[in-house]
Design a protein around this ligand. Sequence first.
Ligand code: KIV
Ligand code: NA
Length: 262
Amino acid sequence: PRRVTTSALAKMARDNQPITMLTAYDFPTAKLMDQAGVDCLLVGDSLAMVVQGHETTLPVTLDQMIYHAEMVGRAAERALVVVDLPFPEGQLSVEQTLRAGARILKETRCQAVKLEGGFEQAERIRALATAGIPVMAHVGLRPQNVHQDGGYKVQRNTERLILDARAAADAGAFAVLIECVPAETARQITKAVSVPTIGIGAGPHVSGQVLVTNDLIGLTAGYLPRFVKQYGNIAEAITQSVTAYCDEVRSGQYPSDEHSFK
Ligand code: KIV
Ligand code: NA
């Protein structure tokens, strides 16, 4: 199948065809999602939380992001794969950001990077885009800013958010991800920029939606943000399978003749 491109996403947005995006962290899951037809896969730094078990996205390193991105990039044949620039690669010098972005494109088979921030990131966005590294900006709630913000909060400064999104688009971002803002604000941001907007906790008036896959398939233990809709219960399926296996081994039911060599 032909690869989804950044211009294909722009066309989808113009045609009011909603864009689908989900996170992916490993080969088999990414393969299933690609085959299911999701337009974009995001190797999110959320992997620090949902895969590594950390409390924030800050601990994951660039090397670890590249390790996961390589598996996802190898699995995805159709989806455009975007990789997060982890903290603090997108906050250091422009040159360091550029080096990190270049490593991602060079060492994985992924096609784009994502950078948290808008207005204050314009120079880095421009440098990446100029170097041939497609960049998605990420405005609204910025998880890498959690300590500065004192928690994860809905972002309500509409004027500032529009400024961020516009600056990012003007600097060459091919899309803007909007996290945790009121639906009406996301609608206004989407109207204000010429590039696709991808929302998470941002309501329906955007060009596309993204969620953390582990949340929607029911693999995340504990707290789920209000904007998550759980479509499956993989945790239950895993628990059932593992419990049944342990029961059968303990009772001598497994392995039977059927699963033994003669
Ligand atoms: O890392 C992540 O999963 C994200 C979300 C906004 C989807 O950036
Ligand atoms: Na992220």
